[in-house]
Every structure is written in structure tokens, then in C-alpha cells.
Ligand binder design. Sequence first.
Ligand SMILES: NC(=O)c1ccc[n+]([C@@H]2O[C@H](COP(=O)([O-])OP(=O)(O)OC[C@H]3O[C@@H](n4cnc5c(N)ncnc54)[C@H](OP(=O)(O)O)[C@@H]3O)[C@@H](O)[C@H]2O)c1
Length: 272
Amino acid sequence: MKRAKVVLVSGASSGIGRATATLLHAKGHIVYGTSRDPERHQAPWRMLCLDVTGEASCAAAVATVLAEQGRIDALVNNAGLVLAGAVEDTAPDEARAVLETNLFGALRLTQAVLPAMRAEKSGVIVNVGSLAGRVGLPFQGLYSASKYALEGLSESLALELKSFGIQVTLVAPGDTATSVVDNRRKARAAESPDSAYAGPFGRALATFEAEERAGAPADGVAGRIVAIVEGRATGPRYVVGPIAQRILVAARAFIPVRLFQWGLARYYRLGG
Ligand SMILES: NC(=O)c1ccc[n+]([C@@H]2O[C@H](COP(=O)([O-])OP(=O)(O)OC[C@H]3O[C@@H](n4cnc5c(N)ncnc54)[C@H](OP(=O)(O)O)[C@@H]3O)[C@@H](O)[C@H]2O)c1
């Protein structure tokens, strides 16, 4: 094997992050995973305490890796928060929490690692997006907004960093069987029986949960992320997951928006 990579994986306590860290470790790389509660999530690699919503927490995690290894070859911005609820039912603090984690969390870690990567004139940043960042999903409006934003950030970064020898790649997974169903937050007002959206929200949520529980194993997404980290996949974006979902995303460009949305509304039994 070539020189082992030093890799920081945010959100490695479960799901896609844990599968990625496990595979990287198994392949001999030097892995730093993170959790907000590292004591609860023992692992064979180094587990750091990190809350991506905190500036100081991000800086400290990156400083620890640099102090111990002298470099960071790859950053995997995987930590994520899923919020369900109608846009109208989402309070400002709930909306902010999603963006603070999924967008600004990735931004904070990226800004923290870049000086060291630029000094090395090499590096890889993998941003874990979502199909919800390619298609606006009902009752996941803030989550979709955060993942669309992450797509834009990734494309801009890829252009800005190319001349420094740094690759930025977005991986957009489809439904993946992880702890996401248990960890998903619901907007407070969405849980109230008084919500104007109670019926369609309940039906759409049941569909989301069934799809996620039956989703592809996290190993598939992890395998793609590891290929990117190892320099075997150098594209700016990869859509990974169930074939039907990948076809849907690809076909979207050729289907009139009105027809596409009609199909989604039928699929999620939104009524109306
Ligand atoms: N599962 C899917 O179907 C799916 C589909 C598309 C995209 N994704 C994306 O894949 C990524 C991983 O999701 P998953 O499905 O593996 O979910 P998961 O099992 O719920 O894992 C989420 C991870 O994010 C970490 N995290 C959450 N908030 C954090 C914060 N404020 N600071 C630091 N870490 C935080 C959690 O760590 P601690 O709680 O231990 O801190 C946990 O390790 C997310 O970005 C998600 O949006 C998932």
C-alpha cells in the first residue's frame, strides 16, 4: 500500500461515518473519528470529541490531528442532522440547528483543515450530501435546503482548491440503513395533532422510515468514500445508493418539473 492516509471523519459513532472509519482503519489508514460523546462509542481508531456546531470544538479536533500526525490528508464531512416537519411548522431555532450542523459544520471543519492541506499542496475533502440535495423532498425542507447548499459549497470549493492540489468531492447517498430513523428530529409543531399538515406529514414520514430501514447497507457509501480518499475516484460528485433512486435523480433533468412533482406528491400520498 502507498503511504497511509491521515483521515478525519466527522460523525463516526454510527451509520455511514462509522462504516467509513471502519473500512479506512481496516485498510491501514490512520483514522480519527468523532462523536459528541466519544466515551459511549469506543472504536479501534482514535475517537475525538467534536460538536460541529462549535467553532472551538472544530478547531480543537483539527489541532489534535495535526499535533499527533503533522498533517491531514483527508477530511470526511459526514456529521449530519435530519429534521422532519412541514416548512411552516419549523421554528427558527430548529431550522438553524439543521444548517449549523449540515452546512456550517462542514464549512467550519473545511476552513480548519485548509491551511494545513494547502501547505502540503494536497488533500481530499469529501462532503456527504444526499439525494435530498438533488430533489426537494416534502417535510424535509430544511434538510433539503442544507444539502442543496452543501452541493453549491462543494462545487465552489472544488474550483477554488484545484490549483492547490486539493480535491473536493460530494457524495450523495440515497436511502441507507443507518441510525437515521432513530436520530431524526421532528419539528415540535409538526408533532402536534393541531398541525395543518398532520395527515400528509404522517404518511410521508412512514414512507421515509420504511425506505430508510430497507435502505442499502452503509458499506456501499463507505466504499465510495474510501475510493475517493485513496485517489481511486476523482470526480466532483457521486450519487450512491439504490438503483431506482439513482435513475430518478438522473432522469430529473429530462422530466418537466410539474410532472416530476406530481409523481412525488403521489408517491408520498400528499393528497390534494
Ligand atoms: N441514512 C441515509 O439514508 C442518508 C441518506 C443520504 C445522506 N445521509 C447523510 O449521511 C450522513 C450520515 O448520516 P447517517 O445516516 O449515518 O446517520 P446517523 O447514523 O444518525 O449518524 C449521524 C452522525 O452524525 C453525528 N452528528 C450529528 N450531529 C452532530 C454534531 N452537531 N456534531 C458532530 N457530529 C454530529 C452523530 O454523532 P454523535 O451523535 O455521536 O455526535 C453521528 O455519528 C449525514 O450527513 C446524512 O445527512 C444519510
